[in-house]
Write a protein that binds this ligand. Sequence first.
Ligand SMILES: [Zn+2]
Length: 277
Amino acid sequence: MLLIVFLLLNPQKIQDRALPSIIDTDSFQVRNPVNGKIYRCPVGSPDYTPPELIDKDFSTIDQTEVHDRFRLAVIIYQLLFGGQTLFAGKWIGAGVIPETNELIRQGLWLYAPNSLIEPVDRTIPLEIVHPEVQRCFLRCFNDGYKNSNLRPTAGDWVKALRLAVNELTICGKLDSHYYSRTYGKCYWCDRSTKLSVDIFPGFVIPKQQSAFAVSTSQPQAFTNVPQPATSTNIYFSFCLYIIWMLLCVVFWYSGFFGWSILICMGGMVIIVSVASG
Ligand SMILES: [Zn+2]
């Protein structure tokens, strides 16, 4: 089996379409599948090196897949949290915050037990991602700190991330905001309100009428619509019209011309009103 360890695993290997690229192949550690000889790699990416290898001479060490598990977890963290590092917070230890490699060596990060780094307002919290993804990070950087075999494998990440993707939903306000149903609300909206900065700006989604609003508003609307004339109204109006015209004729032949015209005009107004309901 040809085992390759990607010692220089880092975000520069990720293209703008989020596709991993295989470049710098001279920095791979390769084992010859025929005779088992290992061709070591003497270099590595400082901020992605697992704690047990910090300050070690890579040219004398045979690295394994568990070392790459640490590098993979760091990159996934940065991809999911907008480039944020494991240490994006406030240092509450003595003096100034140590170099990244020293933090890794001590197992310190935002969510380490007794961490000396506290989240700040701009820190994107771990709890916004799916619980399975949270567990993978905790397993890698906490449980896997002393026992590297406990770090999640690439396969573990695939399972967790698939679960997380299935739980994603779009925000009701901006078309560029997605959040996990497990978190229950749009973190990006809350964050932009709090910090006045939106790292995922998008277009405002027009407000849709809810199903409830539609079901209750329709009957109210119909009550204001004029009702069409019914056959009963038309029949009654016709009878009234005949009686009224007879009354006009009687007045006309009795010599009351003015009254006849007045009754005729008034009658027409009343009949039209009755006919229209
Ligand atoms: Zn939102």
